[in-house]
Design a protein around this ligand. Structure first.
Ligand code: HEC
Length: 254
């Protein structure tokens, strides 16, 4: 009997834990991502628009330390464009003969310039919260792209009645606990797209999440191409083996 009671209590506890975690991590709505599925690819235009959103908006607070400017060839930029993008930032040069450090324009081999000198400076500027490096953020979050899309589009001006917000925090439907130190970064027409696409909130969020997904997994298309080749090979091989089987059995059958 007592073990049955323990079983019931265990069940109740497990249920409570599940409900609590469901409260902490709302399940985001599923979005349509072209890079999902066995033959999925990244939409080049969306990647470039997404990089524009990162560069003009997110880069003010979030680093992407794992990327160098020349990696942008992976989203379809040519050498001249990459040079120009790199040269638009200035980075500390090597010390000269007198030991003095001067700034120089960025080069394609430089890593993306980080907005803050270190984590302490980043926290001090952001209400004590750390704007995390976004290089691998899509892989690092449950529900990956769907969650980040929901986060970027999930800000509300006023929290639900009865919810007390801590100072400097913003209400967000997707963020676990619903209080986030990041102010809403995107809104309609936050950027003017170089390719003329209309920049509403959902479009900007979709594009920047596509870019961040590529950064988290730049070799996805290679894997999908290899997978397709393997399937074609297996199909052809099955055909050959079927022919062999028929030939062999035709002699045995009669
Ligand atoms: C003004 C600074 C600022 C800007 C601009 C900004 N962020 Fe943030 N972001 C933050 C801070 C601060 C946090 C940490 C929030 C916290 O932990 O409460 C954060 C957190 C995040 C997180 C992590 C959420 C989690 O689950 O932990 C993601 C993803 C993110 N930002 C994406 C973006 C994207 C994409 C952009 C550009 C569209 C952007 N941010 C622009 C300050 C900023």
């Amino acid at each position: 009997m007592s073990s049955f009671r323990a079983f019931l209590m265990g069940g109740a506890l497990a249920l409570a834990a599940v409900t609590a975690s469901a409260q902490e991590m709302p399940v985001p709505a599923k979005q349509d991502w072209g890079f999902y599925g066995p033959f999925g690819t990244y939409d080049r235009a969306a990647l470039q628009r997404g990089f524009q959103v990162y560069r003009e908006v997110c880069a003010a607070c979030h680093s992407m330390n794992l990327l160098a400017y020349h990696d942008l060839s992976g989203i379809g930029y040519g050498d001249a464009e990459i040079k120009a993008i790199a040269a638009s930032v200035s980075v500390p040069d090597d010390p000269d003969d007198t030991g003095e450090v001067k700034d120089r324009p960025g080069r394609p081999s430089d890593r993306f310039k980080a907005p803050f000198a270190n984590e302490k400076a980043a926290q001090a500027a952001n209400n004590g919260a750390l704007p995390k490096d976004l290089s691998l953020i899509v892989r690092g979050r449950e529900y990956g792209p769907d969650y980040i899309f929901a986060l970027l589009t999930g800000f509300k001006d006023t929290p639900p009645a009865g919810m007390k917000m801590a100072k400097g925090m913003n209400y967000n439907e997707a963020f676990p606990g619903h209080q986030i130190a990041m102010p809403p970064p995107l809104s309609d027409d936050r950027v003017t797209y170089a390719d003329g696409t209309k920049a509403n909130l959902a479009q900007e969020a979709h594009d920047v999440v596509t870019f961040l997904s590529w950064a988290s997994d730049p070799h996805l298309e290679d894997r999908h191409r290899l997978g397709a080749r393997v399937i074609i090979f297996l199909a052809a091989f099955s055909g050959v083996m079927y022919g062999v089987k028929r030939k062999v059995w035709s002699k045995i059958d009669h």
